[in-house]
Design a protein around this ligand. Structure first.
Ligand code: 9UX
Length: 69
């Protein structure tokens, strides 16, 4: 079933950060859309059968911190 997850992401300071997070999250299984906002420090992820822990791990591997809202 389609779902939307929202994460607070800390540590992003530029548009390249945003691209790194977007690309990393987009590679996670089930993800169909990823919108990352630098201003809001948020990532909104849409997809099917999403694993929030996998998404958080991918963001952390890029060097940022993430929590599910
Ligand atoms: Mo620019 Mo974002 O060096 O970490 S990529 S600040």
């Amino acid at each position: 079933m389609a779902q939307t997850l929202e994460f607070n992401v800390s540590g992003m300071t530029c548009d390249h950060c945003v691209r790194s997070v977007t690309n990393a999250v987009s590679e996670i299984a089930g993800v169909s859309d990823t919108k990352v906002s630098l201003d809001e420090k948020k990532a909104v992820v849409q997809g099917e059968n999403l694993d929030p822990k996998a998404i958080i791990a991918a963001i952390e591997e890029e060097g940022y911190e993430a929590t599910l809202t």
